[in-house]
Design a protein around this ligand. Structure first.
Ligand code: NZQ
Ligand code: ZN
Length: 387
């Protein structure tokens, strides 16, 4: 087992109606609030109005319109400008992962005198960040419980996931009823995203029985409860368990003591989203089985066998290679069964920029250090197989 130094300072307040605690939580941070949100879903579900009611007496400045795959320009830059102009004390992010991620970049940028891009690209280490409170409305990314923000810059085809312990939200409100209105496409994308977060941490070295069991259980729960959420979007129990699974995704708890895997599917998917602005979870679902096919070898065989037997219940007495191949087929079949388009062409990506993307990933993502190292030809092979 590898050494680690681990702390998660985020307070999670989970369950139906927990938003009533919002005023108590916010009272600790001052009266000037930047309220960040997306394209309007929070207004449709009545959450926007509820927040304003609960925060009567606060000075609220709004940053609406944060898009999926949140953009540096205008959203991050505008948010930083508003924070500085109004002397904001705390950011209240209400929405999905994109709103939370954008708010993290704003929180750090607001406490920095230079160009916030310096922080996102890790050219400069942030010295401080505004506190972030969030109310999550979409179960997927785990941003509510982690240090990461993923920001896109359209003109350079960059989509960068950067992390800093300063960016843990101070408090996340997790009310599963706010996810009832998430549509079928985004629910499925959330299931695929959280499953891939788990897979990225499961396929590595130095794993333990404990971590493997946690990951296997997460994957089974996400498939069972994810399906229930799709069949009945207002199934509270299923939405709740899916939400908690997603929350665990990226904060490191699934892989304490494991060797770092390099998160190869995310590295590849971020380029797809950067170049084509596709939905993150869909991109991951398309890449994951092709990456699995690519890395299956004598060295990785036992990992696939364990995954196949413990996650999909494949008969352990079968030949190991047969189990491994079935496990990859089952992974593909599950994503397909929740209506995710399983070919890049179906999401508008053809071969025209494959070389460019493979080069971009190879240069920027450090995948030569991954669990199974990936160089530019290997990345290209995975992308071509995904077409
Ligand atoms: O913009 P609004 O109107 O709010 O609509 C959103 C958006 O169109 C909608 N939505 C959210 N909550 C809803 C709802 N619709 C109905 N009812 C609700 N309750 O869903 C759409 C997608 O929202 P978005 O926030 O983009 O989705 P998600 O949470 O999947 O976030 C994706 C982003 O997170 C990044 C991804 O790369 C992507 O940019 N990631 C962040 C990570 C992190 N911070 O740790 C890790 C992930 O691996 C991921 O990379
Ligand atoms: Zn993800």
């Amino acid at each position: 087992m590898q050494n680690f130094d681990y702390q998660t300072p985020t307070r999670l307040i989970f369950g139906k109606g927990v938003i009533r605690k919002l005023p108590d939580v916010m009272a600790a941070f001052g009266k000037k609030v930047l309220l960040t949100y997306g394209g309007g879903s929070i207004k449709k579900i009545g959450l926007y109005q509820k927040v304003l009611e609960l925060l009567a007496g606060y000075e609220i400045v709004e940053l609406p319109g944060i898009q999926p795959n949140p953009k540096y320009d205008p959203s991050v830059l505008e948010g930083v400008r508003l924070c500085k102009e109004h002397g904001i004390d705390v950011i209240l992010a209400v929405g999905g992962g994109s709103v939370l991620d954008c708010s993290k970049a704003i929180a750090a940028g607001a406490c920095y005198d230079g160009d916030p891009w310096d922080l996102i690209t890790c050219k400069v280490k942030a010295k401080a960040a505004l506190p972030i409170v969030d109310i999550l409305t979409l179960a997927a990314t785990g941003s509510e419980y982690d240090i990461y923000g993923v920001i896109s810059r359209t003109e350079t085809n960059d989509k960068i996931g950067y992390g800093d312990p300063l960016l843990f939200p101070v408090c996340s409100f997790l009310d599963p009823t706010y996810t009832f209105s998430v549509n079928r496409k985004q629910t499925a994308a959330g299931i695929a995203d959280a499953m891939n977060h788990t897979i990225e941490q499961y396929f590595t070295e130095d794993t333990t029985l404990l971590n493997d069991g946690f990951c296997e259980s997460m994957l089974r729960s996400l498939m069972v409860n994810g399906r229930k959420c799709l069949d009945n979007p207002e199934d509270y129990t299923a939405r709740a368990e899916m939400m908690l699974c997603c929350t665990y995704g990226c904060n490191g708890i699934l892989a304490l003591g494991n060797t770092y895997s390099g998160w190869p599917c995310h590295a590849i998917e971020h380029a797809l989203s950067a170049y084509y602005d596709i939905t993150h979870g869909w991109g991951l679902a398309i890449i994951t089985p092709r990456w699995m096919q690519h890395i299956l070898s004598e060295r990785t065989l036992d990992r696939f066998v364990k995954y196949g037997v413990n996650v999909f219940g494949i008969d352990a007495s079968l030949d190991k290679w047969e189990i491994a191949r079935k496990a990859i087929d089952e992974t593909y079949a599950f994503f397909e069964s929740i209506d995710i388009p399983m070919h890049l062409r179906e999401v508008g990506i053809d071969e025209s920029r494959i070389d460019e993307m493979a080069h971009h990933i190879a240069v920027n993502e450090g995948l030569e250090e991954a669990y199974v190292p990936l160089d530019e030809p290997a990345i290209k092979e995975i992308l071509v197989a995904s077409l």
